[in-house]
Design a protein around this ligand. Sequence first.
Ligand code: KG4
Ligand code: ZN
Length: 346
Amino acid sequence: VPVLRILGLETSCDETAASIVERDENGEGRILADVVLSQLDEHSVYGGVVPEIAARAHVEALDGLIVEALHRSSMRLSDVDAIAATSGPGLIGGLLVGLMTGKAIAMATEKPLYAINHLEGHALTARLTHGLAFPYLLLLVSGGHTQLILVKGVGDYERWGTTIDDALGEAFDKTAKLLGLPYPGGPAVERAARTGNAERFAFPRPMVGEARLDFSFSGLKTAVRQAAEAIAPVSEQDIADICASFQNAVSRTMKDRISRGLARFHERFGKSVEKPTLVVAGGVAANAEIRSTLETICAANRFAFIAPPMALCTDNAAMIAWAGLERLALGLPADGLDVAPRSRWP
Ligand code: KG4
Ligand code: ZN
Protein backbone atom coordinates (compact mmCIF):
# COMPACT_ATOMS: atom_id res chain seq x y z
CA VAL A 1 0.00 0.00 0.00
CA PRO A 2 1.46 3.41 -0.99
CA VAL A 3 1.72 6.40 1.33
CA LEU A 4 -1.80 7.64 2.05
CA ARG A 5 -3.05 10.95 3.43
CA ILE A 6 -6.47 11.90 4.68
CA LEU A 7 -8.38 14.87 6.07
CA GLY A 8 -10.36 14.03 9.22
CA LEU A 9 -13.26 16.02 10.72
CA GLU A 10 -14.80 15.67 14.20
CA THR A 11 -17.93 17.53 15.37
CA SER A 12 -19.92 15.01 17.41
CA CYS A 13 -19.94 16.84 20.75
CA ASP A 14 -18.36 20.09 21.97
CA GLU A 15 -14.99 19.89 20.23
CA THR A 16 -14.59 21.12 16.66
CA ALA A 17 -11.56 19.45 15.09
CA ALA A 18 -9.73 18.96 11.79
CA SER A 19 -6.62 16.88 11.16
CA ILE A 20 -4.34 15.63 8.40
CA VAL A 21 -2.83 12.18 8.99
CA GLU A 22 -0.46 10.14 6.87
CA ARG A 23 0.05 6.38 6.74
CA ASP A 24 3.36 5.18 5.33
CA GLU A 25 4.09 2.02 3.29
CA ASN A 26 4.73 0.07 6.50
CA GLY A 27 1.40 1.01 7.99
CA GLU A 28 2.81 3.53 10.44
CA GLY A 29 0.78 6.64 11.11
CA ARG A 30 2.00 10.21 11.42
CA ILE A 31 -0.09 13.21 12.42
CA LEU A 32 0.77 16.11 10.09
CA ALA A 33 -1.72 18.52 11.70
CA ASP A 34 -4.25 18.22 14.50
CA VAL A 35 -6.33 21.29 15.30
CA VAL A 36 -8.95 21.22 18.07
CA LEU A 37 -11.17 24.05 19.21
CA SER A 38 -12.97 23.40 22.48
CA GLN A 39 -16.33 25.07 23.01
CA LEU A 40 -15.99 24.68 26.77
CA ASP A 41 -16.35 28.41 27.50
CA GLU A 42 -19.59 28.63 25.57
CA HIS A 43 -21.18 25.76 27.50
CA SER A 44 -19.72 26.11 30.99
CA VAL A 45 -22.17 28.83 32.09
CA TYR A 46 -24.97 26.29 31.47
CA GLY A 47 -23.21 23.53 33.40
CA GLY A 48 -23.20 21.18 30.42
CA VAL A 49 -23.19 20.93 26.62
CA VAL A 50 -26.14 22.70 24.95
CA PRO A 51 -26.72 20.93 21.60
CA GLU A 52 -28.00 23.97 19.69
CA ILE A 53 -25.09 26.15 20.79
CA ALA A 54 -22.68 23.34 19.90
CA ALA A 55 -24.07 22.96 16.37
CA ARG A 56 -23.83 26.70 15.66
CA ALA A 57 -20.31 26.89 17.05
CA HIS A 58 -19.25 24.00 14.76
CA VAL A 59 -20.65 25.87 11.74
CA GLU A 60 -18.65 28.96 12.66
CA ALA A 61 -15.36 27.19 13.40
CA LEU A 62 -15.00 24.21 11.08
CA ASP A 63 -14.00 25.92 7.79
CA GLY A 64 -11.28 27.92 9.52
CA LEU A 65 -9.92 24.83 11.29
CA ILE A 66 -9.67 22.92 8.00
CA VAL A 67 -7.73 25.81 6.46
CA GLU A 68 -5.48 25.86 9.53
CA ALA A 69 -4.85 22.09 9.37
CA LEU A 70 -3.93 22.34 5.68
CA HIS A 71 -1.67 25.29 6.40
CA ARG A 72 0.15 23.57 9.30
CA SER A 73 0.75 20.44 7.22
CA SER A 74 1.69 22.44 4.09
CA MET A 75 -0.97 20.53 2.18
CA ARG A 76 -3.69 21.40 -0.25
CA LEU A 77 -6.99 19.58 -0.51
CA SER A 78 -5.72 18.05 -3.75
CA ASP A 79 -2.88 16.37 -1.77
CA VAL A 80 -5.15 14.19 0.36
CA ASP A 81 -6.44 10.82 -0.84
CA ALA A 82 -9.73 10.85 1.04
CA ILE A 83 -11.97 12.64 3.55
CA ALA A 84 -13.10 11.10 6.86
CA ALA A 85 -15.88 12.65 8.93
CA THR A 86 -17.55 11.50 12.15
CA SER A 87 -21.11 10.48 11.32
CA GLY A 88 -22.16 9.21 14.76
CA PRO A 89 -22.85 8.65 17.57
CA GLY A 90 -23.28 12.13 19.03
CA LEU A 91 -25.36 15.29 18.91
CA ILE A 92 -27.22 15.30 15.60
CA GLY A 93 -26.73 19.02 14.84
CA GLY A 94 -22.97 18.81 15.19
CA LEU A 95 -22.79 15.54 13.23
CA LEU A 96 -24.70 17.17 10.38
CA VAL A 97 -22.22 20.05 10.23
CA GLY A 98 -19.13 17.83 10.03
CA LEU A 99 -20.58 15.20 7.72
CA MET A 100 -22.06 17.77 5.30
CA THR A 101 -18.73 19.62 5.21
CA GLY A 102 -16.97 16.33 4.49
CA LYS A 103 -19.44 15.49 1.73
CA ALA A 104 -19.04 18.92 0.14
CA ILE A 105 -15.24 18.60 0.06
CA ALA A 106 -15.46 15.01 -1.22
CA MET A 107 -17.82 16.07 -3.98
CA ALA A 108 -15.80 19.13 -5.01
CA THR A 109 -12.46 17.26 -5.03
CA GLU A 110 -13.89 13.95 -6.28
CA LYS A 111 -12.21 12.07 -3.42
CA PRO A 112 -13.74 9.18 -1.45
CA LEU A 113 -15.62 9.93 1.76
CA TYR A 114 -15.46 7.72 4.85
CA ALA A 115 -18.26 8.17 7.40
CA ILE A 116 -16.65 7.23 10.70
CA ASN A 117 -18.11 5.90 13.93
CA HIS A 118 -16.67 8.14 16.67
CA LEU A 119 -16.17 5.14 18.97
CA GLU A 120 -14.19 3.37 16.26
CA GLY A 121 -11.93 6.43 16.20
CA HIS A 122 -11.24 6.01 19.92
CA ALA A 123 -10.84 2.25 19.49
CA LEU A 124 -8.14 2.46 16.81
CA THR A 125 -6.09 5.38 18.22
CA ALA A 126 -3.52 3.10 19.88
CA ARG A 127 -2.62 1.75 16.43
CA LEU A 128 -1.83 5.28 15.30
CA THR A 129 0.19 6.14 18.42
CA HIS A 130 1.76 2.76 19.23
CA GLY A 131 1.35 0.60 16.12
CA LEU A 132 -0.55 -1.85 18.33
CA ALA A 133 -1.52 -5.21 16.75
CA PHE A 134 -4.99 -6.80 17.05
CA PRO A 135 -6.53 -8.08 19.26
CA TYR A 136 -6.49 -5.83 22.33
CA LEU A 137 -8.86 -4.54 24.99
CA LEU A 138 -10.09 -0.94 25.04
CA LEU A 139 -11.58 0.85 28.03
CA LEU A 140 -13.41 3.95 26.83
CA VAL A 141 -14.34 6.25 29.71
CA SER A 142 -15.70 9.66 28.71
CA GLY A 143 -18.61 11.95 29.45
CA GLY A 144 -20.84 9.94 27.14
CA HIS A 145 -19.45 6.40 27.23
CA THR A 146 -18.18 3.73 29.58
CA GLN A 147 -17.36 0.64 27.57
CA LEU A 148 -14.97 -2.27 27.62
CA ILE A 149 -14.42 -3.38 24.04
CA LEU A 150 -12.50 -6.23 22.47
CA VAL A 151 -10.88 -4.78 19.35
CA LYS A 152 -10.32 -7.67 16.94
CA GLY A 153 -9.80 -5.82 13.66
CA VAL A 154 -10.91 -2.82 11.65
CA GLY A 155 -14.70 -2.87 11.87
CA ASP A 156 -14.55 -5.96 14.08
CA TYR A 157 -15.44 -5.24 17.71
CA GLU A 158 -17.08 -7.02 20.62
CA ARG A 159 -18.57 -4.94 23.37
CA TRP A 160 -17.87 -6.81 26.59
CA GLY A 161 -19.33 -4.28 28.98
CA THR A 162 -21.14 -0.96 29.05
CA THR A 163 -22.82 1.23 31.62
CA ILE A 164 -26.43 0.41 32.40
CA ASP A 165 -27.07 4.04 33.46
CA ASP A 166 -24.62 6.99 33.74
CA ALA A 167 -21.26 7.20 31.99
CA LEU A 168 -18.28 7.50 34.35
CA GLY A 169 -17.46 11.07 33.26
CA GLU A 170 -21.11 11.93 33.72
CA ALA A 171 -20.95 10.61 37.30
CA PHE A 172 -17.97 12.90 37.95
CA ASP A 173 -19.84 15.83 36.37
CA LYS A 174 -23.03 15.22 38.37
CA THR A 175 -21.11 14.76 41.62
CA ALA A 176 -19.31 18.06 41.00
CA LYS A 177 -22.55 19.83 40.22
CA LEU A 178 -24.32 18.77 43.39
CA LEU A 179 -21.30 19.85 45.43
CA GLY A 180 -21.24 23.24 43.73
CA LEU A 181 -17.98 22.56 41.87
CA PRO A 182 -17.45 23.89 38.32
CA TYR A 183 -18.09 22.09 35.00
CA PRO A 184 -16.51 19.89 33.70
CA GLY A 185 -16.62 18.06 36.99
CA GLY A 186 -13.87 15.46 36.55
CA PRO A 187 -10.88 17.78 37.00
CA ALA A 188 -12.66 19.67 39.83
CA VAL A 189 -13.48 16.47 41.75
CA GLU A 190 -9.95 15.17 41.30
CA ARG A 191 -8.47 18.43 42.58
CA ALA A 192 -10.77 18.55 45.63
CA ALA A 193 -10.08 14.87 46.38
CA ARG A 194 -6.37 15.54 46.91
CA THR A 195 -6.95 17.04 50.35
CA GLY A 196 -9.81 14.72 51.29
CA ASN A 197 -10.18 11.63 53.46
CA ALA A 198 -11.09 8.74 51.15
CA GLU A 199 -12.22 6.56 54.06
CA ARG A 200 -14.72 8.98 55.59
CA PHE A 201 -17.71 7.91 53.46
CA ALA A 202 -18.39 4.26 52.57
CA PHE A 203 -19.99 4.79 49.18
CA PRO A 204 -21.41 1.82 47.26
CA ARG A 205 -19.25 0.03 44.69
CA PRO A 206 -21.82 -0.80 42.05
CA MET A 207 -21.60 -4.13 40.18
CA VAL A 208 -18.60 -5.34 42.19
CA GLY A 209 -18.61 -9.14 42.23
CA GLU A 210 -20.99 -9.54 39.28
CA ALA A 211 -19.88 -11.91 36.54
CA ARG A 212 -21.11 -9.77 33.65
CA LEU A 213 -18.77 -6.94 32.73
CA ASP A 214 -21.20 -4.00 32.84
CA PHE A 215 -20.87 -0.79 34.82
CA SER A 216 -23.36 1.29 36.83
CA PHE A 217 -22.78 4.68 38.42
CA SER A 218 -26.15 6.25 39.17
CA GLY A 219 -26.44 4.60 42.61
CA LEU A 220 -23.06 6.01 43.55
CA LYS A 221 -24.15 9.48 42.51
CA THR A 222 -27.32 9.14 44.62
CA ALA A 223 -25.27 8.05 47.63
CA VAL A 224 -23.11 11.14 47.21
CA ARG A 225 -26.18 13.37 47.17
CA GLN A 226 -27.61 11.73 50.30
CA ALA A 227 -24.28 12.09 52.11
CA ALA A 228 -24.05 15.76 51.19
CA GLU A 229 -27.64 16.41 52.27
CA ALA A 230 -27.13 14.63 55.57
CA ILE A 231 -24.28 16.93 56.61
CA ALA A 232 -25.49 20.17 54.93
CA PRO A 233 -24.25 22.86 54.92
CA VAL A 234 -21.06 21.25 53.62
CA SER A 235 -17.69 22.77 54.43
CA GLU A 236 -14.73 22.79 52.09
CA GLN A 237 -13.27 19.83 54.00
CA ASP A 238 -16.57 17.92 53.67
CA ILE A 239 -16.45 18.46 49.91
CA ALA A 240 -12.86 17.23 49.77
CA ASP A 241 -13.77 14.14 51.82
CA ILE A 242 -16.79 13.36 49.64
CA CYS A 243 -14.73 13.73 46.46
CA ALA A 244 -11.93 11.53 47.81
CA SER A 245 -14.43 8.88 48.96
CA PHE A 246 -16.25 9.03 45.62
CA GLN A 247 -13.02 8.58 43.66
CA ASN A 248 -12.04 5.74 45.95
CA ALA A 249 -15.35 3.95 45.27
CA VAL A 250 -14.89 4.48 41.53
CA SER A 251 -11.36 3.08 41.63
CA ARG A 252 -12.43 -0.01 43.56
CA THR A 253 -15.26 -0.57 41.11
CA MET A 254 -12.97 -0.23 38.12
CA LYS A 255 -10.48 -2.59 39.72
CA ASP A 256 -13.12 -5.31 40.03
CA ARG A 257 -14.66 -4.78 36.59
CA ILE A 258 -11.45 -4.48 34.61
CA SER A 259 -9.70 -7.38 36.40
CA ARG A 260 -12.55 -9.58 35.23
CA GLY A 261 -12.16 -8.26 31.70
CA LEU A 262 -8.45 -9.06 31.66
CA ALA A 263 -9.14 -12.55 32.99
CA ARG A 264 -11.70 -13.13 30.26
CA PHE A 265 -9.15 -12.06 27.65
CA HIS A 266 -6.63 -14.59 29.00
CA GLU A 267 -9.30 -17.32 28.97
CA ARG A 268 -10.22 -16.50 25.40
CA PHE A 269 -6.79 -16.10 23.86
CA GLY A 270 -4.42 -17.96 26.20
CA LYS A 271 -0.87 -17.89 24.87
CA SER A 272 -1.91 -17.09 21.31
CA VAL A 273 -1.63 -13.34 21.98
CA GLU A 274 1.99 -12.55 22.66
CA LYS A 275 1.48 -9.30 24.53
CA PRO A 276 -2.04 -8.79 25.92
CA THR A 277 -2.71 -5.04 26.08
CA LEU A 278 -5.30 -2.75 27.67
CA VAL A 279 -5.75 0.68 26.10
CA VAL A 280 -7.58 3.48 27.89
CA ALA A 281 -9.28 6.39 26.10
CA GLY A 282 -11.71 9.20 26.91
CA GLY A 283 -11.50 12.25 29.17
CA VAL A 284 -11.66 10.26 32.42
CA ALA A 285 -8.30 8.72 31.44
CA ALA A 286 -6.82 12.01 32.67
CA ASN A 287 -7.64 11.01 36.26
CA ALA A 288 -4.38 10.05 38.00
CA GLU A 289 -5.98 7.71 40.55
CA ILE A 290 -7.97 5.80 37.94
CA ARG A 291 -4.93 5.61 35.70
CA SER A 292 -2.73 4.21 38.45
CA THR A 293 -5.44 1.71 39.41
CA LEU A 294 -5.49 0.48 35.81
CA GLU A 295 -1.70 0.31 35.72
CA THR A 296 -1.66 -1.78 38.89
CA ILE A 297 -4.32 -4.19 37.62
CA CYS A 298 -2.49 -4.62 34.32
CA ALA A 299 0.83 -5.31 36.02
CA ALA A 300 -0.84 -7.89 38.27
CA ASN A 301 -2.50 -9.62 35.31
CA ARG A 302 0.39 -9.75 32.81
CA PHE A 303 -1.09 -7.01 30.65
CA ALA A 304 0.67 -4.08 29.00
CA PHE A 305 -1.06 -0.77 29.62
CA ILE A 306 -1.30 1.98 27.01
CA ALA A 307 -2.67 5.46 27.58
CA PRO A 308 -2.26 7.53 24.40
CA PRO A 309 -1.25 11.16 24.93
CA MET A 310 -4.14 13.06 26.56
CA ALA A 311 -4.85 15.15 23.43
CA LEU A 312 -5.56 11.88 21.60
CA CYS A 313 -7.57 10.34 24.47
CA THR A 314 -10.15 13.15 24.41
CA ASP A 315 -12.10 14.08 21.29
CA ASN A 316 -9.96 14.96 18.27
CA ALA A 317 -9.95 14.60 14.49
CA ALA A 318 -6.67 12.68 14.16
CA MET A 319 -8.42 9.54 15.45
CA ILE A 320 -11.20 10.00 12.87
CA ALA A 321 -8.62 10.51 10.12
CA TRP A 322 -6.78 7.37 11.23
CA ALA A 323 -9.96 5.26 11.26
CA GLY A 324 -10.53 6.41 7.66
CA LEU A 325 -6.93 5.57 6.71
CA GLU A 326 -7.30 2.06 8.12
CA ARG A 327 -10.31 1.46 5.89
CA LEU A 328 -8.65 3.09 2.90
CA ALA A 329 -5.48 1.01 3.31
CA LEU A 330 -7.54 -2.21 3.44
CA GLY A 331 -9.32 -1.19 0.25
CA LEU A 332 -12.68 -1.13 2.03
CA PRO A 333 -15.43 0.68 0.12
CA ALA A 334 -15.99 4.39 0.78
CA ASP A 335 -19.43 5.69 1.77
CA GLY A 336 -21.90 7.18 -0.66
CA LEU A 337 -22.72 10.89 -0.49
CA ASP A 338 -26.19 9.88 0.68
CA VAL A 339 -24.83 8.49 3.97
CA ALA A 340 -26.81 9.87 6.92
CA PRO A 341 -25.56 10.89 10.38
CA ARG A 342 -26.71 8.71 13.29
CA SER A 343 -27.10 10.14 16.78
CA ARG A 344 -27.12 6.57 18.13
CA TRP A 345 -24.70 4.04 16.72
CA PRO A 346 -23.37 1.24 18.93
O1 KG4 B 1 -13.54 12.44 26.19
P1 KG4 B 1 -14.06 13.72 26.72
O2 KG4 B 1 -13.18 14.93 26.66
O3 KG4 B 1 -15.40 14.13 26.01
C1 KG4 B 1 -16.46 13.27 25.79
O4 KG4 B 1 -17.21 12.99 26.76
O5 KG4 B 1 -16.61 12.82 24.64
O6 KG4 B 1 -14.47 13.44 28.24
C2 KG4 B 1 -15.01 14.43 29.06
C3 KG4 B 1 -15.34 13.81 30.39
C4 KG4 B 1 -16.10 14.74 31.31
O7 KG4 B 1 -17.18 14.03 31.88
C5 KG4 B 1 -15.07 15.11 32.35
O8 KG4 B 1 -15.62 15.43 33.61
C6 KG4 B 1 -14.22 13.87 32.40
O9 KG4 B 1 -14.13 13.44 31.07
N1 KG4 B 1 -12.89 14.16 32.95
C7 KG4 B 1 -12.41 13.63 34.10
C8 KG4 B 1 -11.14 14.24 34.32
N2 KG4 B 1 -10.89 15.09 33.26
C9 KG4 B 1 -11.96 15.02 32.45
N3 KG4 B 1 -12.94 12.75 34.95
C10 KG4 B 1 -12.20 12.42 36.05
N4 KG4 B 1 -10.99 12.96 36.33
C11 KG4 B 1 -10.42 13.86 35.50
N5 KG4 B 1 -9.23 14.38 35.79
ZN1 ZN C 1 -15.20 10.81 22.39
